[in-house]
Design a protein. Structure first.
Lengths: 266, 266
DNA sequence: ACATAATCGAACATTAAAGAACATTTGTGC
DNA sequence: GCACAAATGTTCTTTAATGTTCGATTATGT
């Protein structure tokens, strides 16, 4: 696989390419990499030096070997990388609803992922999830028991769905379900994927209490599949950018509406 | 897709176009984008700067790559990073046993992970696994259906175990189980973790045929839990560094013993 | 239509990346 | 242990990308 067509690339990509090669072959050599990437050996050495500084590898004479750590990674694209600040604030408010020792289920989605990240210092949780990203965010915390539901791995999306996921869910009972949605209107909750919708439904069924986390721009919109009515939702946490018109039906539909801004609930 | 017809667009649409391009290609370059959108490189840089501020990407010299935030990682330590060459040869031999359209289950382990990586160009597989690393290696291949078994996520180890995993497994029937082990002797197969052992047992139960992949240095050793007798194993694939003493009992115990060296089976 | 802010381009200063030459260390065979 | 070769480190230089500032242009809101 010598690519004579030396493709243009930046230092950063060359370095991650080195790491990739390292993880597949276990060892790399300076001269080999130099011809491969069409740069001088000196450049490769500097790359290896930098990577060693990040504990990504261990240098040897003539090359480098794998350092103890290796990662399995699921790359995915977060669609709405926009309103991070709101999502964080919403996530903090949701995390505040979780007490030590609770059993909870966390849905897939970017906002729910933020909730999971905010859950780091809650002790003794049992967490059920269909999201690989959530499992990834939580599995390093030793005081937490993380159960990943089984199911089909969707390509380009770090989550699980299918009948196995649904069946697995119904074996459990949890105190709280933390849910996301792609769109909301006065009739209910919507998402784009049928499989995900069915999993979310099952989560609602097995939870004593449900909380929906969403930013305000999802209101008064619809999407492909409706997966729940409002009476299934006990709490909604939303940022305070809600239009007045939305606010009226929201207060009618949901028992507890929590508006948060900049980090603290109002 | 060079659009000579540079249609006028706002900064925001250009930025989301950049993000889209990034998500489809994984990397973007300043000069490339500049000609593509018919603006100066400076403008692109400002775009990238703004997008980086939103955590949407990470800038590099010359361009930008995906933000690490949109990657779910499961860090783990690969113990025997030594005999890579043997493992890959073993993995190739194992992958050769897998025909298009088969249903298989893959155990957790570094050698089985290599098998998964070698399975990239086999079409129409249905793969069942308890290993997050295997799922990670396979989930990008669109022609493959990857089912992750549910279960407890072990901290510091990218795999699943527990009663949920075992129960899930028994819902399936597969053509082939690809198994690993931590140690082998004439009495059977051993591993260090009870949970993993039970999962491996279940995999044997649900498979029509079983193949064990192992490097020769695991022979004539034991570990904490014995999880199978040799009559449960139909094939073993091992490198040809096997001592003569081991070879004798190995040939007795297992129906089909395949020795591989340097990349080709003998 | 007007004011205002956002956006963009151009010139110049700054900084990072990569190569080259030479000094130094490391590994290996005798 | 010594010598030789290969690999590595150091320093300097060149090139290219980046940042800065300012002025011009284009949206945007009242």
């Amino acid at each position: 696989m010598k690519n004579g067509t030396h493709k243009k690339q930046t230092a950063t990509t060359r370095r991650s390419a080195i790491l990739e090669r390292l993880s597949s072959e276990g060892e790399v050599f300076v001269l080999e990499l130099a011809t491969e990437f069409d740069v001088t050996p000196m450049t490769i050495r500097r790359d290896l030096e930098a990577l060693e500084g990040q504990n990504a590898l261990t240098r040897t004479h003539g090359g480098a070997i794998f350092s103890k750590q290796s990662v399995a990674e699921f790359a995915f694209l977060e669609r709405n990388r926009t309103s991070i600040a709101e999502k964080r604030a919403i996530a903090r408010a949701a995390a505040a609803m979780v007490a030590p020792g609770m059993r909870i289920v966390i849905d897939t989605g970017t906002t729910t992922l933020e909730v999971a990240r905010a859950l780091g210092n809650v002790d003794g949780l049992q967490v059920l999830t269909s999201s690989l990203a959530v499992a990834s965010a939580l599995h390093t915390f030793p005081q937490m028991e993380v159960v990943l539901l089984g199911g089909n791995v969707r390509s380009n999306s770090p989550d699980l769905s299918g009948s196995l996921t649904e069946d697995n869910l119904r074996k459990f009972r949890v105190d709280l379900a933390i849910l996301g949605a792609d769109a909301l209107d006065e009739r209910g909750l919507y998402t784009t994927d049928l499989g995900i919708a069915r999993v979310s439904e099952a989560m609602i069924d097995v939870a004593e209490e449900t909380v929906l986390v969403s930013d305000s721009r999802k209101l008064s919109r619809t999407s492909f599949v409706k997966f729940a009515d409002w009476h299934a939702i006990d709490h909604i946490i939303v940022d305070n950018g809600v239009a007045a018109a939305d606010r009226s039906w929201l207060d009618d539909c949901v028992k507890h509406v929590h508006y948060v801004s900049g980090g603290k609930a109002c």
